[in-house]
Design a binder for this molecule. Structure first.
Ligand code: GLY
Ligand code: MN
Ligand code: MN
Length: 437
């Protein structure tokens, strides 16, 4: 498994502190471990923002960054080495190894954090922490109360509380060269997994069996986990946008929609393809598929620095509405359907989302109330779809229950864009050819 070099975490911490005034202290907690039941914990997955700054995978860890007049200080509070705990639950980094492994200045055991934070905040100008993170809110509040009480001993309490998320989210939105490389690899693995699923798909399989083909390929190629719950939706199930039951048999003559992506060292991929279970699109399926594909291509054609999210959405909507009018699923003019959004009956989500360490990644979509311009280094999905309600008897039976989505992962570049998942067949002919091979 490839990993981002430890030095990049040092650079991220430095870049964060450069945006903060001298005297700022940053406090960020890891993800809390969650109990599943009894003595069993949920699979642990580190908090993305914490990992972005620390590269530390273990729970019960806190990172403190001090922008002191003498220069930046990075301090990790982590679990101590403990032979018995490690026999039962696995290895720990420990405070002795942490400074070199994480390239931080100092390391202490987590239990000392409440006391040490009071000292670290003494004389600080501002405390910067995640307003969305309960542990940080509680700890910062308690530390400030203790510090206030010590004012007669000359301790000085910071007066400004600043939310870390907007600063970090903006950093995470623009991917570095190493992040682009990591996400390219995640996308390559997911492309291989979708190809495997297309080849292995057979009439009568259960959806979960097809999901197993994807997950097998993810693991074989070094991915640690899925980036989100895989959607393997045969027939009508494709019209349920977040279908994850995956417990039905795949029927002859149906399409199957697979929306699945692996995670590689905390970076996500997110691909959707829709293909015929038996390897051949029927005519109605092909007609709907070609409309979605044309919308997908129209949205991609907009992508370049300076374009905005709504350009992609508008382009895709125009193509899909015209296509739906052409086959009689919408009536009236193109302009009227776009104006009254009647197409939302068939296309009820947006064109995409930022992609990064989280599948629906952080980063603002608007600036000053306007859709923000795309910049090189941003990665977005493009995922138009048409979903025709299987129970809507006002619609001709040949269309009912058809659900198609096509989703790729797109890096904005200086010249336009790079489709990181473009090696996965997407045309009707290429999909049918792959399935026959
Ligand atoms: N897989 C979730 C999404 O496409 O947004
Ligand atoms: Mn998806
Ligand atoms: Mn998506």
């Amino acid at each position: 498994m490839t990993k981002i070099a430890t030095i990049e975490y040092v650079q991220r911490r430095a870049a964060l502190l450069q945006q903060l005034p001298v005297g700022a202290v940053v406090v960020i907690h890891c993800a809390a471990a969650q109990i599943r039941n009894g003595d069993v914990e949920q699979d642990y997955r580190q908090n993305s923002s914490f990992y972005y700054l620390s590269g530390m995978v273990e729970p019960h860890t806190t990172l403190v960054l001090v922008n002191s007049v003498d220069g930046p200080r990075s301090i990790i509070f982590c679990r101590s080495k403990d032979k018995l705990q490690e026999i039962w639950h696995g290895r720990r980094l420990g405070v002795d190894a942490a400074p070199e492994a994480l390239m931080v200045d100092e390391a202490y055991v987590s239990e000392t954090l409440p006391q040490q934070l009071v000292e670290l905040l003494d004389g600080a100008t501002q405390v910067v922490y995640r307003f969305s993170q309960d542990e940080s809110i509680e700890l910062v509040q308690q530390s400030l109360v203790k510090l206030r009480r010590l004012s007669r001993q000359g301790k000085v309490c910071p007066t400004q509380l600043v939310d870390l998320d907007p600063v970090l989210d903006a950093m995470r939105l623009i991917k570095s060269v190493a992040e682009i490389e990591q996400m390219t690899q995640a996308c390559n693995i997911s492309v291989a997994a979708h190809k495997r699923a297309m080849r292995q798909c057979k009439v009568g399989m259960y959806e979960y069996q097809l999901a197993a083909e994807l997950h097998h390929q993810f693991s074989v190629q070094g991915s640690q986990r899925v980036a989100y719950g895989s959607i393997v939706a045969g027939g009508d199930n494709a019209c349920i946008l977040h279908y994850t039951n995956n417990d039905q048999r795949l029927q002859d003559g149906d399409l199957v929609l697979i929306d699945a992506g692996c995670e590689l060292d905390h970076y996500a991929s997110d691909i959707t393809r829709t293909f015929p279970v038996n390897g051949h699109f029927s005519e109605p399926q092909k007609i709907i598929y070609q409309i979605v594909l044309a919308a997908h291509e129209a949205a991609l054609a907009c992508i370049k620095p300076g374009a905005v999210y709504t350009d992609m959405q508008d382009a895709a909507v125009t193509v899909m509405v015209q296509g739906l009018i052409n086959i009689g699923l919408l009536s009236g003019t193109l302009e009227a359907n776009i104006e009254d959004q009647s197409y939302r009956q068939f296309y009820m989500h947006n064109i995409g989302h930022w992609l990064g360490m989280d599948v629906h990644d952080v980063g603002a979509y608007k600036a000053g109330g306007e859709s923000r311009p795309l910049l090189p280094g941003m990665i977005t999905t493009v995922e138009p779809g048409i979903y025709i309600d299987p129970e809507d008897m006002t619609i001709a039976s040949q269309w009912r229950g058809i659900g198609v989505r096509i989703e790729d992962n797109i890096l904005v570049t200086e010249a336009g864009y790079r489709n990181l998942t473009g090696d996965l067949p997407v045309s009707v002919a290429d999909i049918e050819r792959l399935m026959a091979s």
